[in-house]
Design a protein around this ligand. Structure first.
Ligand code: MF3
Ligand code: CO
Ligand code: CO
Length: 345
């Protein structure tokens, strides 16, 4: 018997088996049942219908007057990763502006996230907002990425491409916004719960945010990079959740992705010492089932190997004298990780 392909047809398209019948009248129910059964491991009642690749619209144009990051003129190929260099005060000031703009675009989507809205529509809103702020949406054209934000639904771990799939009640969706403004990038993401979401998914989302905050709280000059992943992994493990290993946080600044590499699990060899002025992202991905992933044929979309749900939160931060400053926050938002007497409050 032929095996079903990784990318299954749409319900009204011809079945993959060659019967000539519509997929929904042929193998659809069988395939869905099989995927539910494969999702062994911890109670993953949250596995319902898998996310399928949708139609992707053409890249959106960016007005000429908006400065592009260098990789755009180089076929999407970025320069080699720079070292974990502390930033100058001027770079930091620009990163605060880029980070604030990225957060504003991300939070501007909140009121639009509801059942029925497509991730492509969210991409259009974010793209137009970015351009209105004078920013270039960093993913667009980065190593061939075709859209302006990443949207990762349910079992999609990260780098989901916005398409014509409407969000449905019960979905969880990560939206990841990176903007290039004033010559630097700001990179941030958050989870949205669409309509009523079941208890396992809510616990996954809540714990992932707590894990990000635990990771940030481990940042201070003199600490090693491995302290961040250790703190994140402790939060995940206590809730019986797994930590994705294949995707990491990264230095960020004039480059989208630079050193240091930030592991979200305990990596004993990550001994790089954090210094004041270093800027990087922390962006843990936690799963209800296995930490292993499978790539879709699009080369971008990473899904959990057991199709159990995945969640992610991300901030860009700078190491300060006693802790960390969040760069991807709106004006006047609390800074709970600066260190000193109110640390952790
Ligand atoms: N924003 C993602 C990150 O956190 C990177 C997206 S790259 C893209 O690093 F090409 F997928 F958009
Ligand atoms: Co990032
Ligand atoms: Co990101």
């Amino acid at each position: 018997m032929r095996e079903p392909p990784v990318q299954l047809p749409g319900r009204n398209q011809p079945c993959w088996c060659g019967s000539g019948r519509k997929y929904k009248k042929c193998h659809a129910d069988e395939d869905n049942a099989r995927h539910r059964n494969q999702a062994a491991g911890p109670s993953v009642a949250s596995v319902t219908e898998r996310v399928r690749p949708g139609r992707i619209s053409p890249p959106r144009p960016v007005p000429e007057h908006i400065p592009r990051p260098p990789y755009v003129a180089n076929d999407g190929v970025p320069p080699p990763r720079g070292p974990a260099r502390p930033r100058t005060p001027d770079e930091l000031e620009r990163m605060r502006r880029a980070g604030r703009a990225a957060r504003a675009v991300l939070m501007g989507l909140a009121e639009h996230v509801r059942p029925g809205v497509t991730t492509n529509e969210l991409d259009a809103l974010a793209h137009d907002h970015a351009v209105a702020l004078g920013a270039y949406p960093s993913p667009l054209g980065y190593q061939g990425f075709p859209k302006s934000i990443c949207t990762s639904v349910n079992e999609v771990i990260c780098h989901g491409i916005p398409d014509d799939r409407p969000l449905a009640a019960g979905d969880i969706c990560n939206i990841d916004v990176t903007l290039y403004l004033d010559g630097v990038h700001g990179d941030t993401s958050t989870m949205f719960c669409v309509g009523d979401v079941d208890a396992d998914k809510r616990r996954l989302v809540e714990t992932t945010q707590r894990a990000l905050h635990a990771g940030i709280a481990a940042v201070r000059p003199g600490a090693e990079v491995r302290a961040i992943g250790r703190a994140i992994e402790q939060v995940a493990t206590a809730e019986g959740l797994s930590v994705v290993r294949a995707f990491v946080g990264h230095g960020v600044g004039p480059e989208f992705h630079a050193e240091p590499t930030i592991y979200h699990y305990y990596e004993p060899d990550a001994r790089t010492v954090l210094a004041e002025g270093m800027t990087f992202t922390i962006e843990p991905m936690l799963n209800l089932g296995t930490w292993r992933h499978v790539m879709w044929d699009d080369g971008w979309t990473a899904v959990t190997a057991d199709l159990a749900p995945s969640a992610q939160f991300e901030h860009t931060i700078v190491v300060t004298s006693a802790g960390a400053e969040l760069l991807t926050v709106l004006e006047g938002e609390p800074q709970p990780f600066l260190g000193g007497v109110s640390a952790g409050s």
